[in-house]
Design a protein around this ligand. Structure first.
Ligand SMILES: [Zn+2]
Length: 228
C-alpha cells in the first residue's frame, strides 16, 4: 500500500488509535463495552468505526484508518473512496436509529506534535450543531466535490454538514500556522457549544469519557453490523 507521506518510524507503536484500530488488540475501550459486544461498529479493508471516548451524545462514532496517518488527506484514493462510502453508510444507520440529522467532521492536522491524538479520525454523530456555519465565520472555506480532494500537503478542517455537503477550511499552510489555528479552534468544544443537547463543560474527552453513552451506542448499533 502506498501512502503520500512517510509513516513515523516506530511512532505508531505508542499510538492509541493504531492499537484501537487493530482487531487483534484489547484496549481500554473494551472495558466499557457491554459483555458479548465488540467495540467495532464497522471493519473494512482500510478503516474501522468505533464509539469514542467523550461520547457526549449516543451514536457518536470515530472512523479511523487502520494505518497510521496524521490526516485523511494523506490516504490513497482507494481508502478515501472507502471512507466516503463508510461515512454515508454510517450516517444513514445513525439517522435511522436516532431520527436526528448527522454531522461529520475531521481536524486534519498534518503536522506532528500539535495534539494528543495524532492518528487521523473522522467524527460522526447525531447533532444539529451548525459547525459549518460557525467555521465559515472564522476560516476560509470551500465546498469539496469528494473526499478524494482533501488536501494532502497542509492542515485542514473538513465538515460534512447535516445536508451532506462537504466543505474544507484551511487550518494552516505550515506547522506554526496550524498550531495557532488549533489553539484557537477546538471542534468538539464548538459542537458542544452549538448543540443544545450537549453540556458545554463536557467537551473534553479525556475528562468526560461518558462510559454510559459508549455502552448505549454499541447496543443501539448492534442490531445491523456493517462489517464487510
Ligand atoms: Zn496511529
Amino acid at each position: 500500500m502506498e501512502y503520500k507521506k512517510a509513516q513515523p518510524a516506530g511512532g505508531e507503536r505508542a499510538c492509541v488509535l493504531c492499537k484501537g484500530a487493530d482487531p487483534a488488540q484489547v484496549t481500554a475501550l473494551d472495558d466499557l463495552i457491554p459483555a458479548g459486544r465488540s467495540r467495532f461498529i464497522a471493519v473494512t479493508k482500510h478503516l474501522v468505526a468505533v464509539p469514542t471516548f467523550g461520547c457526549f451524545v449516543p451514536g457518536y462514532l470515530l472512523i479511523v484508518p487502520r494505518t497510521h496517518v496524521l490526516a485523511f488527506g494523506q490516504l490513497p484514493a482507494a481508502a478515501l473512496e472507502e471512507t466516503r462510502a463508510l461515512v454515508d453508510d454510517l450516517a444513514t444507520r445513525l439517522h435511522v436509529i436516532y431520527r436526528l440529522p448527522i454531522l461529520a467532521f475531521e481536524y486534519g492536522l498534518a503536522s506532528p506534535g500539535l495534539r494528543r491524538i495524532e492518528h487521523a479520525h473522522w467524527h460522526l454523530l447525531p447533532s444539529v450543531a451548525d459547525l459549518a456555519g460557525w467555521l465559515g465565520r472564522r476560516l476560509d472555506g470551500q465546498t469539496l466535490g469528494s473526499l478524494a480532494d482533501l488536501p494532502a500537503d497542509h492542515s485542514y478542517i473538513a465538515v460534512r454538514s447535516q445536508d451532506k455537503i462537504l466543505r474544507v477550511y484551511s487550518a494552516g499552510r505550515d506547522g506554526d500556522e496550524a498550531r495557532r489555528t488549533h489553539e484557537r479552534i477546538r471542534l468538539r468544544r464548538a459542537v458542544a457549544m452549538l448543540d443544545p443537547r450537549i453540556d458545554d463543560a463536557n467537551w473534553d474527552w479525556a475528562e468526560h469519557r461518558r462510559a454510559d453513552l459508549i455502552a448505549a451506542t454499541v447496543t443501539d448499533l448492534a442490531t445491523s453490523p456493517a462489517t464487510r
